[in-house]
Design a protein around this ligand. Structure first.
Ligand code: SAM
Length: 286
């Protein structure tokens, strides 16, 4: 589906990031977008009402949260079709990032309405930027499952992920999550824990997973507030991936040069340590 957003009606949706703690992070564009909105669509209208008051903005508020999003989206889209300018905000940070909003964004796009980001704080990006872990590639995993068995299984499924992993976690589960992370990724895996970013009691600790667990268990990191956990990717898995990619490329070149599949697979298996049969089978599948 391709929609010409420039020709859309004047109504629009602005997806507005708000601070994750420190009001000093509010941007000029955030204030302008909120002041210009016909309707401010907020996760918690009381909380956003207080934010608006702090910035001297007085606009009507409308509640959109996980439990009513599907129900209220058609009415909000109809208002934008009629020309209304909506500002979507969540309780903190960027809407639709582990927060409500993506259904509204998707519906607005499907109507050809203009959807504009007003960027700002995102807890995962703030944490990653000071984590000292590789950030060229990373995987954001949101909140781990709340139930212990599912959480451990989800961590175990990520144990060979070569990219840096980033999780959000609630205060009452941070210790249990760290314990499961140690089991799944190993106590020595480098990691980073950020607590209360941009707030008065901000704490950032770079340590092994085992070290972070100990820091929380002993109270060196206070088990209060909001947390982002980043875990280094599995370096061995990264190596294995590189070997695999290199071997496939070498196979392609040898076959292009006229070698038989069997000879190419034997040669590449010799230099890569991969299985001759697997290399042979992979080219047959091509
Ligand atoms: N939309 C938000 C964003 O852009 O980051 C995330 C909302 S999500 C419901 C809330 C979670 O984000 C918290 O449980 C915590 O894991 C993380 N978070 C939000 N603010 C934070 C802060 N100031 N310090 C550390 N983590 C924070």
């Amino acid at each position: 589906m391709s929609l010409d957003v420039d020709n859309a009606a004047q109504g629009r949706l602005e997806v507005v990031a708000t601070p994750i703690g420190n009001l000093g992070d509010a941007s000029t564009r955030m204030r302008e977008a909120l002041a210009a909105a016909d309707l401010v669509v907020a996760e918690d209208t009381r909380r956003t009402g207080r934010l608006l008051t702090q910035f001297g903005v007085d606009r009507p508020l409308f509640a959109l949260h996980d439990h009513n999003e599907s129900e209220v989206v058609p009415g909000l889209v109809a208002r934008m079709r009629d020309g209304a300018r909506l500002a979507l905000v969540s309780d903190a940070g960027t809407p639709a990032i582990s927060d409500p909003g993506f259904r509204l964004v998707r519906a607005a796009l499907a109507e050809g309405l203009r959807v504009t980001p007003i960027p700002g704080a995102v807890a995962l990006i703030a944490a990653l930027s000071v984590s000292g872990l590789p950030t060229d590639r990373f995987a954001f995993e949101g909140f781990p499952p709340a139930k212990a068995k599912a959480r451990l299984a989800s961590f175990q499924a990520l144990a060979n992920e070569p990219r840096t992993l980033v999780f959000y976690e609630a205060v009452h589960r941070i210790e249990a999550s760290l314990r499961d992370a140690v089991t799944a990724f190993g106590a020595e895996r480098p990691a980073f824990l950020a607590r209360e970013l941009t707030k008065m009691h901000e704490q950032c600790v770079s340590d092994s997973l085992g070290g972070l667990l100990e820091a929380v268990a002993t109270g060196r990191v206070t088990a209060k507030g909001e947390f982002v956990l980043a875990v280094a990717g599995n370096p061995t898995a990264g190596d294995a991936e590189h070997v695999q990619v290199g071997a496939s490329e070498l196979m392609r070149r040898l076959l292009a040069a006229g070698l038989s599949r069997g000879d190419a697979a034997r040669l590449v298996a010799g230099v890569s340590g991969l299985s001759r049969n697997d290399l042979y089978a992979a080219t047959v599948d091509d």
